[in-house]
Design a binder for this molecule. Structure first.
Ligand SMILES: Cc1cc2nc3c(=O)[nH]c(=O)nc-3n(C[C@H](O)[C@H](O)[C@H](O)COP(=O)(O)OP(=O)(O)OC[C@H]3O[C@@H](n4cnc5c(N)ncnc54)[C@H](O)[C@@H]3O)c2cc1C
Length: 503
């Protein structure tokens, strides 16, 4: 195709990366973003001097030794960013008073699990050998000499062939099923809680493998500075972002996409349109469901997604030097089950951002509590705005009371409480049911790892998708990889050699 113009819907990681790789390869792109900020779900907001970080706990590929690191260099995130690594993924305080620590270092984790529950030696060994297996699977670093990259690629291919059955076994087992191998109820509960129970076990193993190799660091400054860095990289490459520009319809003429119509009625045309916005809204609203055959509908009808969440951000007038710095926080049992919005909770998971002083004024700390919560519950409640607001206030009060159980005196140190519901995520990012990471990878859709989801729709020309809705497992790396995958395929269609640059 001679015309190199591309319209991209959405400036999240998927849209920005598609724009960045397209600009690198000679396309002229323009992004329409409905919000007034870049980053989509990778964002943060300020309340009373505290930053509530809406996303990042860990960035896979943070290590310069990892083959995935080059993505972050190409899209301008790695440069000048400080990543920190924690000894602990999370602490799980059991009802029996014992604390299970999920260490990042695999040897330490193995020792701790064996001491914690000697009767589970066999299950511990299976878990640890799975993690060690996954530790081998990292693409060769882009900065390595060509010969060593070639050899590493060959070794990985061979290892994959040799260990295919083990990999398949973990891929086809859910976390919920795997934890049943453990007899100790605290280990079972902790591992279930650490990861979505329906998720394929392989991803828990990869999580620990990345943690061990210090390849999943936390970026000081959090989410929004990363998104801003990526937007800058895109603009520096010559791209354009129109903020506060919500795309309402994708314009189709004779089976070809020719442009988009914004909510204000204005129309813009280009040779190609890429939607990096929510998949459901793209297919069923912007395109009126006209290009959704059975295969396209299947995920939206059958595949489980990450659960919708209730996110409570708190600003606390104290430091937490005596608490561990962790990737995901501390989970502790409540003195009795408590109803919080639509669900009864027996424990609370709290993430203390004591690793990042940039998120709170000196001597103070940002803290977050995240709970699964039903989108439908909040949607129903929001029919009456005062009931919706009242429930949010009640959630804020309950959370502070429950934090008091674990951190006595904290209620007098709370300076700010902010409650984000699934509707908040929906309003600011357009994601289906306020979803925060797209599709789970389960045994049922595990084949997408080998055969990625399609980035086009049947019967529709010049239209493409990228982002978390076409890359199961979601997350920031998926967004960027899906953008790169798409631009590679456009280059192939146009007979161009795909290339990348690092600023
Ligand atoms: C609490 C939380 C913790 C997370 N933790 C991590 C983590 O530690 N590590 C990690 O890798 N990932 C994490 N994630 C997941 C990660 O943030 C997402 O998977 C990723 O950001 C998705 O990127 P995306 O570009 O596909 O989609 P989005 O970020 O949703 O981007 C879509 C963009 O499209 C825009 N848009 C939507 N509709 C329209 C429209 N009609 N017109 C114009 N623009 C539109 C939206 O405003 C948005 O900017 C977390 C997410 C959350 C919420």
């Amino acid at each position: 195709m001679k015309d190199k113009s591309i319209i991209i819907i959405g400036a999240g990681f998927g849209g920005l990366s598609a724009g960045i790789y397209a600009q690198m390869n000679g396309y002229n792109t323009r992004i329409f973003e409905m919000h007034n900020l870049p980053g989509g779900l990778c964002t943060a907001w300020k309340r009373k001097g505290y930053t509530i970080d809406g996303c990042i706990h860990w960035l896979v590929g943070s290590s310069p030794l990892s083959g995935m690191h080059r993505y972050w260099e190409e899209v301008g995130i790695a440069q000048g960013r400080e990543f920190v690594y924690f000894d602990e993924y999370m602490r799980h305080e059991g009802v029996d008073g014992r604390t299970l620590t999920l260490y990042s270092n695999v040897d330490k984790l193995e020792r701790h699990l064996l001491e914690f529950s000697p009767q589970d030696a066999e299950a511990v060994r299976e878990l640890i050998s799975g993690i060690r297996l996954c530790m081998n699977f990292d693409p060769p670093s882009a900065s390595a000499p060509p010969l060593s990259r070639f050899l590493k690629g060959m070794t990985l291919g061979l290892l994959f062939a040799l260990r295919y059955r083990s990999i398949q076994k973990f891929l086809k087992t859910t976390t919920a099923d795997f934890v049943l191998k453990f007899k100790d109820p605290t280990i079972r509960e902790a591992l279930r809680e650490m990861w979505v129970p329906e998720f394929s076990m392989l991803f828990m193993l990869f999580t620990f493998a990345w943690l061990h190799k210090k390849n999943a660091g936390y970026p000081i400054g959090g989410s929004l500075p990363m998104s801003q860095a990526m937007a800058k990289r895109y603009l520096d490459l010559g791209g354009t972002i129109d903020y506060r520009s919500r795309v309402e319809k994708i314009i189709v003429e004779g089976g070809r996409v020719v442009g988009v119509r914004l909510a204000d009625g204005s129309e813009y045309r280009a040779a190609r349109v890429v939607s990096a916005a929510d998949g459901y809204a793209t297919i069923f609203s912007m395109l009126d469901g006209k290009y959704a055959d059975a295969k396209t509908r299947e995920p939206y009808e059958k595949w489980p997604t990450f659960p919708s969440i209730l996110m409570v951000g708190l600003g606390i007038k104290r430091t937490f030097d005596d608490e561990p710095k962790t990737v995901f926080g501390i989970s502790y049992p409540l003195s009795q089950p408590v109803e919080i919005a639509d669900a009864v909770q027996k424990r609370l998971w709290v993430h203390i951002y004591n690793q990042d002083p940039t998120l709170a004024p000196a001597g103070k700390t940002s803290v977050e509590v995240i709970l699964p919560s039903s989108y439908e519950y909040w949607k129903e409640l929001a029919k009456d705005q005062s009931a919706y607001k009242g429930k949010k206030d009640q959630v804020a009060r309950i959370i502070v009371e429950l934090l008091e159980q674990r951190f006595p005196g904290i209620s007098s140190q709370v300076e700010m409480v902010d409650v984000a519901t699934p509707l908040t995520f929906e309003r600011y990012t357009g994601n289906w049911k306020g979803n925060f990471e797209g599709w789970l990878i389960t045994p049922a859709n595990a084949s997408t790892l080998m055969r990625p989801m399609s980035q086009t729709l049947p019967g529709l020309q010049n239209f493409y998708m990228c982002g978390q809705w076409v890359q199961p497992g979601g997350g920031l790396p998926s967004g960027v990889m899906s953008g790169e995958r798409l631009v590679k395929s456009l280059c192939k269609q146009d007979g161009r050699r795909f290339h990348t640059t690092i600023a």
